[in-house]
Design a protein around this ligand. Sequence first.
Ligand code: UDP
Ligand code: MG
Length: 337
Amino acid sequence: MTAPQTPSRPQLSIILPSYNEAEGIAKVVKELLHPTLQKLFNESDETSTPYEVLIVDDGSKDETFAQAQALAAELPWVRGLRFSRNFGKEAAIYAGLEAAKGEAVLVMDSDGQHPPEVIEQMWAIWKTNQFDIISGVKQDRSVDSLFGRAASGMFYGVMKQLTKIDLHGHSDFKMMRDTVVREYLAQPERMRFFRALIPWLGFRQANVPFIVAERVAGTSRWSLMGLARLALTAVTSFTGAPLYWSAYIGAFGLLASFLLALQAFYSWCVGIAVPGWTSLTFLNLFFGSTILLSLGLIGVYVHQIFEEVKGRKPFIVAESTEQPLPPPQTPPNSQTP
Ligand code: UDP
Ligand code: MG
């Protein structure tokens, strides 16, 4: 018998950003991921698995981390991190990428909406060694509401117009080479949009179509405001075009008001000045809202700069399955009255 080898680097790391997923996470890991991984790696020896699964608990309010701990105790290839609070999915992905050890790293949702059979297709493409980024692209969004589909269609349309990056159907379901992950982590920006920043890095990219599955449990963790904020971060971190557009609209408005002023002056001179209530109200509303919109846009950019300049950590890890919190202790000389 040969001596046991030192654990080598995993071939594949799977990152599962998770927020309040206690109900379904064990099912996703055990019933969806495990059989797929066993099939891919033809594994019978559970002690030297060539893969790892990293659950990043994004400050859940439920028992997600307890579930991760139980899974890690049972399955040696599962690890878990717990954030000190909810920092958002982008931060959870970032933390997962930072902690992943694999040669290939896969990011996928922890709610079962990213089907495991797509991992098999991605792995087959990865094995050809011709691609560095393999993205899952949604073919069918029938599980999303009509409003959700319309809103995301509009967002991606605007994004494509403004940034020339076409993200229609794109998701965070991506497999990447470790060099891509290193480049992603090396970018200094804090406010990130993973699904656009990865394609922006370049490298050799392939797409795999997939059909979004139903959630294993629960409902979407995104609020409307959360999605709106993500959309604004996405656009403003990739282009300054909205700032230019508000400047163009301002310039156009100035020209139009100059012409109107000329007309008003002429009307006054020839004595046919009309009361002008309607046009004044219209102008007031138009320019008022344009100014507010432009100010808002500038505010968003200023906020982006402010966040980047502050340079705070994008997330804080409270504990991990490898380094759990010490159990609570009663102080030796506690002098409670
Ligand atoms: N998620 C997260 N932090 C958050 C919100 C969501 O880590 O603040 C995770 C969530 O647990 C899931 C994934 O991101 O694994 C996608 O979230 P969700 O299913 O709510 O989004 P949807 O599928 O509706 O786009
Ligand atoms: Mg989901």
